[in-house]
Design a protein around this ligand. Structure first.
Ligand code: FE2
Length: 287
């Protein structure tokens, strides 16, 4: 009998689902993002996003916090000048990601996020009340800016008990050269190593802080997971993963969203991502 995706996720910390999206479905998402780039407001050109802690200027940016319920535009650190304007690159070649509520506010991304295939995967994973908490279109443009250091998604989307699962869908073939994901297989069995929280100290200029320094992970414990366009990788909230810089000459687009269990869990008030009081997370089984 084929191993269930739940038992595979529990044993390895990630599951590769090939042909999750058809070529046509991939193209629909890429076409839609082109439209969103065309509609980008001018002030969006001021917020950078970096997967490296030292560059975390978004800590100070309320734009980041407010993007929980919006379509926000985030740029690579090297693409934005001191005045907030874009340097030499085109908007598309400067973007790090568009996030964090594409699944709420864009009909094409909403359809992709609430498809029967996604619901079926959530059902097989055992979700009783699967809530989509965030979605991101990742550009992974060439260069070092889009490198993402080793981390666990549960550091950012914490629940008690931990329940978050990432759906990461390749919209281009993801290779070692262009920055595919690397996983430390089995690392999800070692708990949540640290949390990224809203700062309780009102006097601090840092709105968001880690509760402990970055752990040191051995590179040798990670394996690269190259996948073809349309593949979905399910990511356990505690599995440690990263992606290297993109050393190719083209972007390596991906669409990713995260699901938490709404039944019997608590969602802390100090998680970075909070919806406005009148909003609730999208329940996959009811949409
Ligand atoms: Fe991640």
């Amino acid at each position: 009998m084929k191993e269930s995706i739940r038992s595979k996720l529990d044993s390895d910390g990630y599951v590769v689902l090939e042909d999750f999206l058809s070529e046509k479905e991939v193209d629909e998402l890429k076409d839609e993002i082109q439209i969103l780039i065309g509609n980008m407001p001018d002030q969006a050109q001021r917020t950078i996003f970096s997967g490296k802690e030292a560059d975390n200027q978004q800590n100070k940016a309320t734009y980041f916090l407010e993007s929980a319920d919006k379509i926000g535009y985030f740029f690579d650190a090297g693409a934005v000048g001191r005045d907030g304007g874009l340097l030499t690159r085109t908007p598309r070649a400067s973007l790090n990601k568009i996030a964090h509520a594409l699944h709420e506010h864009d009909p094409v991304f909403r359809r992709a996020t609430t498809s029967e295939r996604v619901k079926e995967a959530a059902f097989q994973l055992g979700f009783e009340e699967p809530l989509v908490v965030q979605s991101m279109y990742i550009f992974k443009n060439p260069g070092k800016d889009a490198e993402v250091k080793p981390h666990q998604d549960a550091s950012y989307l914490y629940t008690e008990p931990v329940s978050v699962v990432g759906f990461w869908i390749a919209l281009e073939d993801a290779t070692i050269e262009n920055g595919c994901l690397w996983f430390a297989r089995g690392s999800h069995r070692s708990g949540v190593h640290r949390r990224y929280r809203r700062n309780r100290d009102p006097a601090s200029p840092e709105l968001l802080v880690y509760d402990s320094p970055a752990p040191v992970y051995q590179k040798s414990s990670f394996e690269p997971v190259s996948v073809t366009k349309g593949t979905c990788i399910l990511i356990h909230g505690q599995v440690v993963h990263f992606s290297e810089a993109n050393r190719s000459s083209r972007s390596r687009d991906a669409y990713t969203f995260h699901v938490i269990e709404g039944k019997g869990t608590t969602y802390p008030e100090d998680n970075w991502l909070q919806l406005p009081p009148n909003k609730t997370f999208l329940n996959l089984y009811k949409n």
